[in-house]
Design a protein around this ligand. Structure first.
Ligand code: ATP
Length: 299
């Protein structure tokens, strides 16, 4: 069984506050994009979970921040979120057959694009089908949140408001067709550190999430772009100025708006025209600012 695990971008990201359990309450507008990892699942005679991973960057590619390179290594053991998702369902349903899982990574790793969460979502959906477990989407989402706050959204996909720790989801209408240029610089950002360094009192402006929802409902992509904001961006960009340089390059080359996704460091630009996006992608590749440049679209 072949499953596609789509990446996400955050069109808006606000952090409401820290909860007693250490998690943060957030309000985010999530959007899935066509960029995806591919997960092939197969029942095999040998019991257990046999995972093999290809693609994905390695620590050796981290140039700017030595010492944080481990962040970008995709584990192929029980630490991989595909393994954890498979183990969760196989334990609960006492499945004694084995599975072989082949994961081909395309989504940049530790990049703010929910690659691992999306892989876990694909594994839950795939195993539910492969073993005929009969779980509904909601039941899969309830299990997914045990693996990660973004996993329920990754099961659902599309355009959505995410609240709570990210698991309280309200689907929104599909965006008008737009093209998304993705540029990941060769720096690592730890999500934990991004939260630790976030000082909301220093922010002059917070995202207008309700305004963005109105713009989405109206199908007004220009207004959606005007309202794009990510509370992590100023702090992370200060530490890694390359993020601002990629953002500006995209906007100087026709993006309606460019912004950092999640806790970074990936920058995405929204374009209303494919050719303009492709030309901007070429400029970005030539600039050497980004380690990875990918063309995608909202879906
Ligand atoms: P988010 O946007 O949800 O914060 P991210 O895109 O920043 O996530 P991921 O690509 O999901 O980050 O990777 C975060 C860490 O998770 C990596 O450092 C990696 O070691 C680990 N990991 C576990 N499973 C996977 C997987 N299937 N794909 C990628 N990384 C994984």
């Amino acid at each position: 069984m072949r499953c596609f695990a789509k990446a996400k971008i955050n069109l808006a990201l606000d952090v409401i506050g820290k909860r007693p359990d250490g998690y943060h309450d957030v309000r985010m507008i999530m959007q899935s994009v066509s960029l995806h990892d591919t997960l092939d699942l197969e029942i095999c005679p040998e019991p257990g979970i046999h995972l093999c991973v290809s693609g994905g960057s390695t620590s050796g590619e981290d140039t700017e921040e030595q010492g944080t390179g481990l962040l970008t290594v995709v584990p192929s053991d029980e630490k991989n979120l595909v393994y954890r998702a498979a183990a969760l369902l196989m334990d609960e349903f006492h499945i004694d057959k084995g599975i072989t899982a082949r994961l081909a990574k395309e989504i940049p790793v530790a990049a703010g694009m929910a690659g691992g969460s999306s892989d876990a979502a694909a594994a839950l959906v795939g195993l539910n089908n492969l073993f005929g477990l009969g779980l509904s989407c909601r039941e899969l989402m309830e299990r997914g949140v045990k693996i990660g706050a973004d996993v329920p959204y990754c099961i659902m996909g599309g355009t959505a408001l995410a609240e709570g720790i990210g698991e309280v989801l309200t689907p929104l209408p599909k965006l008008p067709e737009c093209f998304v240029l993705i540029g990941k610089p060769a720096v690592s950002v730890s999500t934990r550190e991004a939260y630790e360094n976030l000082d909301l009192s220093l922010l002059s402006e917070r995202p207008d999430i309700d305004g963005m929802i109105r713009a989405i409902r109206a199908g007004d992509i220009q207004d959606v772009c005007r309202k794009m904001k990510n509370v992590f961006e100023p702090g992370i960009e200060k530490k890694h100025p390359v993020i601002g340089r990629i953002r500006r390059l995209m906007e100087e080359n026709g993006a309606l708006k460019a912004m950092m996704s999640g806790s970074g460091p990936t920058v995405f630009g929204i374009f209303d025209d494919r050719r303009t996006m492709e030309a901007a992608g070429e400029r970005l590749s030539e600039s050497g600012l980004a380690q990875t440049v990918l063309a995608s679209e909202t879906c």
